[in-house]
Ligand binder design. Sequence first.
Ligand code: PEP
Length: 249
Amino acid sequence: MRKPVIAGNWKLFKTITESVALVNELKPLVAGNQGVEIVVAPVFTALSRVGDAIKGSNISMASQDCYWEEEGAFTGEVAPKLLKDAGCSHVIIGHSERRQYFGETDLTVNKKAKAAIAAGLSAIVCVGESLTERESDQTFNVIETQIKGGLEGLADLAFTHIVIAYEPVWAIGTGKTASDAQAQEVHAFIRQLIARLFGKPVADAVRILYGGSVKPDNVKGLMTQPDIDGALVGGASLKAESFAAIANF
Ligand code: PEP
């Protein structure tokens, strides 16, 4: 049995005060939910305070990115061990917005995933095709390249700390969700690919999340698909009520 993960990506929203208020509002709404791993990903500046606020609760915290070096002359970067120090247990790596606007590549995703795992964090590794790629029947090729590149050289054992998020770029922040069948088709492809690359036990155990306009009213259909093990949620994670409704699907 794979424990579902529902993760909220707060992107570049909310001050420290607003972030702490949001997580404090969320806590009682999900307090009874032991069946799901619930994760929130605030901006860097709010991590430490949100980290304090979630202590003793069933909510975990992710950062939205990390660097791959532990320390050094890398102005502006944040190392995985510092994220852990701030209270993170997870880090989102390779989100399509980072690939699109900040030059993230499969190689940097790979370096970050390895560094995150070495520091004891779980890596939520994002993959997904653009609309043009889907329309030109490139979806499976794109996903295969991203998975092979992003997870290259990872030992089977590292997979206890890897979560994959399939996020079709055309469905992120657009209000367009992939249909349950479209999402399931790609999730099944990813699981078969992981089985081919890392073996069936790893593939059977790895959690594969869907992301792209997940809302309280479409989460159930997605979660009933056999290869969908949770959701990475953007917009709907910014309100405690809607995120709780998704987490408590
Ligand atoms: C995301 O940020 O990863 C995401 C899926 O956003 P949204 O839910 O707003 O589409």
